[in-house]
Design a protein around this ligand. Structure first.
Ligand code: PRP
Ligand code: ZN
Length: 287
């Protein structure tokens, strides 16, 4: 029997496309992509990659057209399909926000009373309006929402903001965030055992890549009389590696540091006499 392949849906173009392709690459999965193709194959992992509009991905995953998919939570909550959350992916975080014309004075949601708001997220927007007791007219459009105020189609919009450059280019300003949205991996709720196993393999790789991104490899030289203090500052995966230097009285110390505590620890290391500190990115981290 031919081996089953896992089918993953990613965004065809837009905010999440590059990050999704990149993640597969970092997982060591080599996708041969023809320009403008709907489907591509990985040549070193049993994976088929489908390129869809991100908004359609939850439906395709629910219908098992794809087994798994990479989307923003915004799309997942809006569509409310029967799909299962698998993992947060840690790239392309964005927000769903209300935006109004530049110069407009927006103090609170009540500004929106009686106004016309264009959006591709009518469900999430309606929830927000209800929560704030606002009555506004929702004008649902599927793309290029940000041009609606400029052509007189709406007074405000509710759309995804990432860098903010789309708003800026269209003379709009962000007025209020209604949802913070992470990029996530979702799956169909009844995958075969074989596909679940493939997903486990993929997930193991994704987690190794994520961990590596949050950590740095650090090498430094320490005077032996300060070794104890310096080692106590370094967590390491088990404990730091200590090697003697050719110069008597000095050691080389190797360890792994988390991005979050990074600068603080570096300062303390220097204060304790560490020299020649090298910080190196980690490609994969297998625990
Ligand atoms: C969103 C949104 C804007 C853009 C905002 O698109 O609709 O076009 O991202 O990003 P910026 O603040 O960095 O300019 P999305 O990727 O969700 O694709 P789609 O709207 O075409 O589905
Ligand atoms: Zn979209």
């Amino acid at each position: 029997m031919a081996q089953e392949k896992l089918k993953i849906a990613i965004q065809k173009s837009g905010r999440l496309h590059d990050g999704s392709v990149n993640l597969l690459k970092e997982c060591g999965i080599d996708v041969v992509n023809g320009v403008n193709k709907l489907k591509a194959e990985a040549n070193n992992f049993p994976l088929e990659v489908y390129f869809f509009r991100d908004d359609d991905i939850p439906q395709y995953v629910e219908d098992a057209v794809a087994d798994i998919g990479i989307i923003g939570e915004n799309v997942m909550y809006e569509s409310n399909k029967k799909v299962v959350f698998v993992e947060e992916l840690g790239f392309a975080t964005c927000r769903l926000s209300i935006a109004v014309r530049k110069g407009e004075e927006y103090k609170s949601a009540s500004y929106l009373n009686g106004k016309k708001i264009a959006t591709s997220y009518p469900v999430l927007l309606q929830n927000f309006l209800d929560k704030n007791n606002v009555k506004a007219e929702i004008h649902e459009i599927s793309g290029s929402v940000e041009i609606a105020p400029g052509i007189g189609l709406a007074d405000a919009i509710c759309d995804i903001v990432s860098s903010g450059s789309t708003l800026f280019m269209n003379g709009l300003q962000e007025a209020e965030m209604i949802l913070k949205s992470r990029t996530v991996l979702i799956k169909n709720n009844k995958l075969s055992e074989e596909k679940e196993n493939l997903l486990k393999k993929l997930l193991f790789r994704i987690q190794s890549v994520k961990k590596a991104k949050n950590n740095k490899y650090i090498l430094l030289n320490a005077p032996n009389e300060k070794l104890k203090e310096i080692i106590s500052l370094l967590p390491g995966m088990k404990s730091p590696t200590v090697l003697p230097l050719a110069e008597p009285g000095w050691s080389s110390v190797h360890s792994v540091l988390n991005e979050n505590d990074f600068w603080e620890i570096i300062e303390k290391l220097k204060a304790n006499g560490a020299q020649g500190i090298l910080v190196v990115p980690i490609e994969k981290m297998i625990m």
